[in-house]
Design a protein around this ligand. Structure first.
Ligand SMILES: [Zn+2]
Length: 388
């Protein structure tokens, strides 16, 4: 019996700001040990304040991070058999198309991804789904919450009405497979250049009508910006046969989505590295959440996510691993570590822990897991280290 004090570089209970980080002298958790050995959280605060409040508490140990399980807010489980290989973004897109044509995005790949996520301690996930079998598999999964986003690709405006009607019928069926507490159905128009303007607008209306969360890849590569602004560049070369109708809007991908009315539906925007301050201000004004995938961006030679710009505009940022084709694993803790490396002093470890937990939950429209006074101490995980 008695009180223990656990210290950590960062402690987060899923409420408010994460505690700790540079200049704050560390954070801590005060724990009451009961006669039966059970341990209960009695306070989460700065280490200095906890020492004042609980001078009799025994220092029990130190961990890097004590927080709920981090969220993987963006992945593609059906690409779990695509070998990780750093390469140009355009070469990666070709590799995905070839992998798809070889029929390697089936359930076995999804199962490997699911197993990897579970081994990484993930409980909440945002996954991009391309087959009905994978949708059924994820909606019946007993362990995960989050969103299974049905992916739509349709660059030819002539296909928009047909694709929209098919998608509506599919989604109504998927909604019948949802279970309370399980994953939810969402919708993912792939990217602003692989989905035609009328289809993007139709999908936005459909998501509103069926109250579905939206997620799309935006502003990922320099080639995407070039394609939207001037119509040419490496992505146009790479996707030429698939984009015969493409006409550049002359605007950034973010501005294009805003003008089409897509941002008004508050989609979650993934990558968002090729942005300027006008783009970020637009995203902030519409209240869209963003998902940051630092290892995927690095592997595909994309730009560095402008963390400080998003922080200055108060945009909610979560973390995602993207697929195994552009990420060495599906662990959000590893993604968090990579984000620390990439951003250095620009992002505090506490901000990044907040992003991995609360930012990820917000990106998926979910409540973040919380650990508060009275909860078992074991509800806090020591990220990437042995548990308490
Ligand atoms: Zn992706």
């Amino acid at each position: 019996m008695g009180r223990e004090l656990w210290s950590a570089d960062v402690v987060y209970g899923g409420i408010g700001a994460a505690q700790g980080g540079a200049g704050q002298g560390g954070a801590g958790v005060a724990v009451q040990r009961r006669p039966d050995g059970a341990r209960t959280v009695i306070a989460i605060d700065s280490l200095a304040r906890l020492r004042q409040r609980f001078p009799d508490a025994v220092q029990a140990g130190h961990r890097s991070v004590l927080a709920p399980a981090p969220v993987n807010a963006h992945t593609h489980l059906d690409l779990s058999d695509l070998a990780f290989s750093p390469r140009r973004y355009e070469d990666f897109i070709h590799a995905v198309i070839a992998h798809d044509r070889a029929g390697r995005r089936g359930l076995p790949a999804v199962e490997r991804g699911v197993a990897e996520l579970r081994a990484a301690g993930v409980r909440t996930v945002g996954d991009i789904v391309t087959t009905e079998a994978a949708m059924a598999r994820l909606l019946e999964d007993p362990h995960f919450s989050g969103v299974a986003y049905w992916e739509l690709i349709g660059p030819d405006p002539a296909d928009a009405a047909r694709l929209l009607a098919e998608t509506r019928e599919r989604l109504l069926r998927f909604l019948g497979w949802q279970r309370p507490g399980g994953m939810q159905v969402g919708l993912s128009p792939h990217a602003p250049h692989t989905v035609s303007a009328p289809l993007l607008q139709g999908v936005t209306r459909l998501a509103r009508e069926l109250r579905l969360p939206l997620q799309l890849h935006v502003a990922e590569s320099a080639g995407e910006s070039e394609l939207h602004r001037h119509g040419g560049g490496p992505l146009r070369q790479a996707l030429g046969p698939w984009l015969p109708q493409w006409q550049a809007s002359g605007r950034s991908p973010v501005r294009y989505l805003a003008d089409l009315g897509v941002l008004a539906a508050r989609p979650t925007l993934v990558h968002m590295v090729e942005v300027d301050e006008h783009d970020v201000a637009l995203v902030a004004r519409f209240g869209c959440a963003v998902v940051h995938c630092p290892r995927s961006n690095r592997a595909l030679g994309c730009a560095v996510f402008p963390w400080s710009l998003y922080a200055r505009h108060g945009v909610s940022v979560g973390l995602g691993t993207d697929s195994r084709g552009s990420s060495p694993d599906l662990s959000p803790v590893a993604e968090w570590r990579a984000a620390r490396e990439v951003h250095g002093a620009a992002a505090s470890p506490a901000q990044l822990v907040w992003a991995a937990v609360k930012g990820g939950a917000r990106a998926l429209g979910q409540r973040a897991e919380t650990v508060r006074r009275g909860d078992p101490f074991e509800a806090l995980l020591a990220w990437g280290e042995p548990v308490h």
